[in-house]
Structure formats: structure tokens, C-alpha cells
Design a protein. Structure first.
Length: 229
């Protein structure tokens, strides 16, 4: 009974793996038997460029799953605007699938654009290429950040450090000019810092004229009732 059940299981498994041509069934079953599912598959990465607008992470993942399992998708973005740069990388669970996908999709016409695909070996990938690939992208307004950092109210210690950096720049410039044989003395930041540290004189206030001393109107008033205007 046990042998019959084993035979039925083998026959059912053989029936699942059918070749496209009946003549090549034996060769096909032999190749399937040589495949060891316990072997570790190496992941493979492809470069994809010249992407059309609207073909982003979700669309790329959904489209390229027809070749095999897609592990990660990452598209390049601009740090200033957060917009897409038109290229990215796709990681497949198998490097063989990645090579097939790259060959099939290279120079593929999509929305009036020829997509460029190329297989990239793992040793040529940047170590931080997949950093934050599974996180949701949050755009950071770097201009606003630097603007707020530049316009923040500085303490006395911060101002002192800033003055020291500016004075060091001047001394380095003077030393560089002397090393070139140029004797040139310029005021630099030292005079500007001294002027800024001097107490500023407050402008003298203009005395306000009292209300009673305002000029009276010089308009003539007609007191004669017989004259009409």
C-alpha cells in the first residue's frame, strides 16, 4: 500500500511538470529532477533608466513580477524637490531571473520612451544602495531648514565662535600671500568686528509739538449775511 501511494505521488508530480513539446518531455523531466530546491538562490539587481512619468515604485513592482519575485525597488529622487530622476534599481530573488528581465526589457518602448535595463553584479553595487528602500519617502524642505538655521538668534558664545572663524580666515589669507611673496595688508574682518562691537549711538528724538500750538486755519469766513456765495 505504501509503494502504491508513493507511485501515485510521483506520477502526480510528474504530471505537474509538463513540457511544451511531447518529444522533449523526458529531457524536461530530467532537468527538473536535477534542480535542487534546497540550493540558496543569489539575489540579482538590474538598473532601469529612462523611465516615463507615472511608472514609479508600485507600477514597477507590479509589472516586473511577471519575470519573478521582486524583493526591492528603489528609484532615485532629487534632494531639493523630491521629484524622480528617471532611473532606479530592482532587486530580484534570483540573479538568473534578473538577467532575463534585463535582456527582455532593454530598449523596450513604453509611453514613447525606450527603457534601458542592465544587470548589475552585487560586487559593483554601492553598499548603501538599499538604505531606506522599504521606508516611505518623506520630502524635506532643505531650503527652509537652512534658512531657519541661518536666521536663528545666536547666543554670545556662537557669535564669539563665528568671529574666531572669520579672523582665522583672514590670517590664513595673509600667510598665503606672504608665502607667494606678496606684501598686502587689508583690514579684513577685524575692523568690521570692532565696529560691530562698538556701542551704537541712539538717534536723538525730535520733540513733538503740543496740540495747542498747531497752526490755525487761514480760511476766510464770510460773516456778511447779505453776500451770497
Amino acid at each position: 500500500m505504501a509503494q502504491k501511494s508513493i507511485r501515485k505521488h510521483v506520477q502526480s508530480k510528474a504530471a505537474e511538470n509538463l513540457a511544451l513539446e511531447k518529444k522533449k518531455q523526458k529531457e524536461f523531466t530530467k532537468k527538473v529532477a536535477e534542480i535542487n530546491p534546497d540550493d540558496d538562490m543569489k539575489d540579482g539587481t538590474i538598473y532601469i533608466g529612462h523611465l516615463p512619468r507615472g511608472f514609479y515604485e508600485e507600477q514597477i513592482r507590479g509589472y516586473f513580477t511577471q519575470f519573478g519575485t521582486v524583493n526591492k525597488v528603489r528609484l532615485a529622487r532629487s534632494k531639493k524637490t523630491g521629484g524622480y530622476k528617471g532611473y532606479g534599481y530592482i532587486q530580484f530573488a534570483s540573479d538568473e531571473v534578473a538577467k532575463i528581465a534585463a535582456d527582455a526589457m532593454n530598449n523596450y518602448l513604453m509611453f514613447d520612451r525606450l527603457i534601458k535595463c542592465e544587470f548589475v553584479p552585487n560586487d559593483k553595487l554601492h553598499p548603501a544602495i538599499w538604505k531606506g528602500a522599504k521606508k516611505r519617502f518623506v520630502w524635506l524642505d532643505r531650503r527652509q531648514k537652512h534658512r531657519a538655521l541661518h536666521n536663528k538668534v545666536r547666543s554670545k558664545e556662537d557669535i564669539k565662535k563665528l568671529h574666531g572663524k572669520l579672523l582665522k580666515k583672514d590670517t590664513d589669507k595673509k600667510a598665503q600671500l606672504l608665502s607667494l611673496g606678496i606684501q598686502y595688508d587689508f583690514p579684513g574682518y577685524e575692523t568690521i568686528i570692532k565696529k560691530s562691537l562698538k556701542p551704537k549711538k541712539l538717534p536723538t528724538k525730535v520733540p513733538a509739538t503740543p496740540i495747542g500750538s498747531r497752526r490755525k486755519s487761514t480760511r476766510r469766513i464770510n460773516n456778511n449775511p447779505e453776500e451770497t456765495v
